[in-house]
Design a protein around this ligand. Structure first.
Ligand code: NAP
Length: 473
């Protein structure tokens, strides 16, 4: 059996390690020049993760020596590079898969250079990979440097006048360090976010030594954080006991950091916390009170060669950072995916992506998605979800070896989707906000509506009754 893995981020690397351990031949295709996925690409100043460090590593390769409570981009990337080196994962770099086509018994994986046949394909392309640029009139006329937050490269904005469009997690992280050296920073906000302080800080040498050397200490700490996030943060998404606690904590943070009542008013969201991804950052509000930073809430009317124009006039700028998010609901695009009988996956997903457990779609045998539809979390580590998915796929490979190629049934998907939608309806994600969790028509395609423990339980092992088995492997 040969397996193709697409993507060498957290998901793809995990899959490759597990396949290698079982001696299953596989190829990892990676369009970039190295491993790490989103953690390789997002190099903007201040880039980091809002999940505690000790939870942000594989359970089978726990990393005990994190320098801080919340990991920065470079440390996460170094961890993933270490994993690839240690397990000898050697992706084909610079190789973008443009097409997947089922030929009746297997998959053709097409890249600009070749087409190669595999029995099984596992996609691990992430949900936040393709930058979304806004559609503002005059964008192409701007004479300065304009770029997306995920395309920062090695820029230095020292002394410049900078416009940052957007106030999500990326903007909240990059505005404070940029403001320290830039001449002026204009932050353009369309909708305010709920912001909670981040209890970040460096681990001292004693704590680091304890995690390394005291038997069980690291594991116990990891499990404690996991349980804490499950039991305190998750309930807020389903009107549980912590909803009001989180709202109050965010308001206290706002009142403590922002003294100007007008600025405070502009920063107060009009929807429940958690509806959009909560921004976890202690530096964003203080940065907004710096003399060289201004929050602008007048709608942008157009971009002109000299800067950004709003209803109250032109603001000159040298650089525009589009911190405007990603095409999060367009799963697997721009790859074309053709299943049995010429079925087009994107056509099937035209009203919003759906997959059984986020992992499989009818008409697409032996194709599995990691971090697929409705498997994102707002409260806990995606690494946990990815490991559950990889172990499920390993179970599927055993079934394929025994019974031939497997395809999830329409009935299994329909029963699953009905239960999923019922659970989604009880969450805050559709209570009066727009977020990257939903399609333009309002279907929530990204988030898992229950806790992370439940997802692991549901994916413990594949249920053969949910699949049809056929010829081929
Ligand atoms: P995002 O959360 O989707 O935020 C995009 C921002 O751009 C929003 O403020 C949005 O305003 C604004 N925007 C979009 N189009 C606009 C337009 N035409 N005019 C004006 N404003 C516009 O994207 P992100 O900040 O890159 O974060 C995406 C996700 O990546 C996060 O939620 C998180 O899951 C992950 N991430 C995590 C971290 C972390 O761990 N702390 C850091 C970065 C990213 P509206 O709200 O009005 O749409």
């Amino acid at each position: 059996m040969r397996v193709a893995i697409i993507g060498a981020g957290f998901g793809g690397l995990c899959m490759a390690v597990k396949l290698a351990r079982k001696g299953i031949p596989h190829v990892v295709f990676e369009k970039g020049g190295g491993v790490g996925g989103t953690w390789r690409v997002n190099t903007y100043p201040g880039a980091g993760c809002d999940i505690p460090s000790h939870l942000y590593s594989y359970s089978f390769e726990p990393y005990c020596d994190w320098s801080r409570r919340y990991p920065g981009q470079q440390e996460i990337l170094a961890y993933l590079e270490m994993i690839a080196a240690k397990h000898d994962v050697r992706p084909r770099f610079g190789t973008e898969v443009t097409e997947l086509a089922h030929d009746g018994t297997g998959w053709l994986v097409v890249t600009p250079k070749a087409a190669e046949r595999f029995d099984v394909v596992v996609t691990a392309v992430g949900q936040l990979d393709r930058p979304s640029m806004p559609d503002i009139p005059g964008m192409d006329t701007f004479q300065g440097d304009a770029f997306h937050s995920a395309r920062w490269g090695a820029r230095d904005l020292q002394g410049k006048r900078v416009a940052v469009i957007g106030t999500g997690s990326s903007a909240a992280q990059l505005v404070p360090p940029v403001a320290e050296t830039a001449g002026q920073v204009d932050v353009y906000q369309r909708t305010p976010n709920w912001v909670l302080p981040k209890a970040d800080g460096e681990f001292g040498p004693l704590t680091r030594a304890m995690f390394r050397w005291v038997p069980g200490a690291h594991r116990a700490y990891r499990e404690w954080i996991f349980a804490y996030l499950e039991n305190t943060v998750f309930p807020a998404f389903v009107d549980g006991w912590s909803t009001d606690v989180i709202r109050k904590m965010a308001l206290v943070h706002l009142h403590r950091e922002i003294r100007d009542p007008e600025l405070r008013r502009k920063l107060t969201p009009g929807y429940p916390p958690g509806c959009k991804r909560i921004v976890l950052d202690s530096r964003f509000y203080p940065a907004l009170t710096r003399p060289n930073v201004e929050l602008i809430t007048d709608p942008i009317t157009r971009i002109v060669p000299e800067g950004v124009e709003t209803s109250s006039g032109l603001r000159r700028t040298d650089a525009i950072v589009y911190a405007t998010g990603f095409h999060s609901t367009e799963f697997l695009l721009p790859m074309t995916v053709t299943g049995t009988h010429g079925r087009d996956l994107h056509e099937q997903w035209r009203d919003g992506a759906e997959a059984y457990l986020g992992l499989a779609a009818p008409g697409f045998p032996n194709l599995f998605f990691l971090y697929g539809p409705n498997t994102n979390l707002g409260h806990n580590s995606i690494v946990h979800m990815l490991e559950a998915q990889v172990s499920y796929v390993m179970g599927c490979l055993d079934l394929i070896a025994e019974r031939g190629q497997m395809e999830v049934t329409e009935g299994a998907l329909s029963t699953y989707t009905t239960a999923l939608n019922r659970a989604l309806a009880a969450t805050v994600w559709n209570r009066g906000c727009r977020s990257w969790y939903m399609t333009p028509t309002g279907k929530i395609t990204n988030n898992w509506p229950r806790n992370a423990r439940d997802y692991r339980r549901f994916t413990r092992r594949p249920r053969p009754g949910a699949y049809n088995f056929g010829t081929g492997r």
